[in-house]
Design a protein around this ligand. Structure first.
Ligand SMILES: [Zn+2]
Length: 176
């Protein structure tokens, strides 16, 4: 499996490397697209001062079509912006059919090590959904559904056996 990470806003190298290492610990090859491609200003709701996640995701999917055609199984976008969906105050990620998009502005970058860990968990979690995985059954796993930053912090580093085999991940513990 291979994945292209796409920056919508320029990310610190430290963060990109950390995310890359997490995926590599699961046996997934990662390439990072160096030039940021966004964010998509057309998705900005000027009254809310927040991006419309659905509009931005549609745009991002179009942007990714060339990357996916170029031989990648999946793409994961990282945007340090705040986004909303429907009636929710904010949303952290969107994912479907090989494409995931992560909104990191709510993750609070004042504590760098906590921030890096949150970004890694978020990107991995939404990538799982982009591969069609939804965690089922009791207990929590790295691929459990999340909505808030608290939910994200509560995610364990271990994927459950079911998700692991669904995603063909070799490791029992992901490097976070
Ligand atoms: Zn699971």
């Amino acid at each position: 499996m291979n994945l292209a990470i796409v920056q919508l806003t320029r990310q610190d190298q430290l963060i990109l490397r950390a995310v890359q290492e997490s995926f590599e610990s699961m046996g997934i090859d990662v390439d990072i697209v160096l030039q940021p491609i966004g964010p998509h200003i057309g998705s900005l709701d000027w009254e809310r001062v927040q991006f419309n996640a659905e509009t931005m995701f549609r745009w991002f999917r179009t942007q990714c079509s060339e990357i996916l055609a170029g031989g990648y199984d999946s793409t994961a976008g990282i945007a340090e912006v705040d986004a909303y969906l429907g009636g929710y105050e904010y949303i952290l990620s969107m994912a479907s059919r090989g494409v995931s998009l992560n909104f990191t502005a709510r993750l609070d970058n004042r504590d760098v090590s906590l921030y890096v860990k949150r970004v890694k968990k978020l990107v991995l979690n939404s990538w799982g959904r982009s591969q069609g995985i939804t965690h089922e059954g009791g207990g929590k796993c790295l691929f459990s559904e999340i909505r808030t930053v608290n939910d994200l912090d509560g995610l364990p580093e271990e994927p459950c056996p079911r998700c692991r085999s669904g995603l063909q991940i070799s490791t029992t513990k992901v490097s976070l």
